[in-house]
Ligand binder design. Structure first.
Ligand code: DO4
Ligand code: MG
Length: 288
């Protein structure tokens, strides 16, 4: 078993390596995830699978390159549709998009806005209720080929989106709102990649306050369909990462608080764990 991992070394912020049993190895001719996603899958796979004994040391970070884009798909599971209808003052838009040919696709994050495994995810200080969205992320190259799969926590300020769907970007994109990782499993190593099980839990003070599971079998869209729409009238010179939507949503009385631990496990892909902190309204003043 192997993964595409991104590590931080003293000289490279986002170095792409091949992970085997916790050790990282150089991929000859490929420095970053963007290098990998700028070539056809066949060509990249050859480089990835070529034996390498050049071990590299570094700190595991989110599996992105400095110029990566992370997008989200929404209302792709029945549970997500029902939860949005329940929380929203304008429920019809969710029913309509669930049934429409065109999926909901939105811009979610850049590399700078993404934390990796064991990084801190934020809840907006000005939100009343915040939830994790445990999702499978697919990694797509420039030629719209599916290269691998990872795990995304599409953190969401629930009451802000619920107040008005036009507030979606504020509910979804803020400091600490995206976690991705721990690594990317190459698609050619995954068995039945469209049937994987997904588990999530929130722990508070050592106790589980919410847990749920679903399966990609309940995804209402195919990956091919999502990729086709994402690439319509768009150019992704360094590929893209698409989080495919959540099939598990906590009930309305569960909201994240600082100190919570969110764990998301996807079969064959891995386990992403993140601690929750508050993103202060004046974060811009605090980060100099
Ligand atoms: O419609 C709003 C966003 C939905 C979403 O992020 C999801 O279903 O996962
Ligand atoms: Mg989502």
């Amino acid at each position: 078993m192997s993964h595409l991992a991104v590590i931080q070394t003293p000289t490279e912020a986002y170095k792409l390596v091949k992970e085997i049993n916790g050790k990282y190895f150089e991929i000859e001719g490929v420095k970053t995830l963007s290098d990998a996603l700028s070539q056809h899958m066949g060509a990249f796979r050859k480089l990835y699978e070529a034996p390498s004994n050049k071990e590299v040391k570094g700190k595991l970070v989110a599996p992105v390159a400095s110029d990566s884009e992370i997008w989200g798909a929404g209302v792709t599971y029945q549970r997500s549709r029902d939860a949005r209808k329940e929380e929203s003052g304008i429920p019809d838009v969710y029913q309509l998009v669930y049934e429409a040919d065109r999926p909901e696709l939105f811009f979610k994050a850049t590399a700078r806005r993404t934390v990796g495994h064991e990084g801190e995810v934020g809840i907006r200080e000005d939100a009343k209720t915040s939830v994790p969205e445990p999702e499978v992320a697919i990694v797509i190259n420039k030629f719209s080929e599916l290269i691998g799969m990872s795990i995304c926590n599409d953190m969401t300020s629930r009451n802000i989106e619920g107040e008005n769907p036009l507030y979606l970007s504020q509910a979804k994109i803020y400091y600490g709102s995206n976690a991705l990782g721990p690594m990317i499993r190459p698609i050619w190593e995954i068995v039945d990649h469209d049937k994987l099980d997904i588990y999530a839990k929130i722990e508070r003070g050592g106790s589980i306050v919410w847990q749920a599971e679903t399966s990609l079998k309940s995804l209402n869209r195919s990956f091919d369909d999502l990729i086709e729409y994402l690439f319509k009238c768009q150019h992704f010179p360094v590929g893209a990462i698409l989080s495919t939507g959540t099939g598990i949503v906590p009930p309305l009385d569960i909201s994240l608080v600082a100190g919570d631990l969110v764990t998301i496990t996807v079969d064959q892909i891995g386990t992403l764990i993140n601690k929750v902190v508050v993103t202060p309204e004046d974060i811009n003043e605090r980060i100099k």
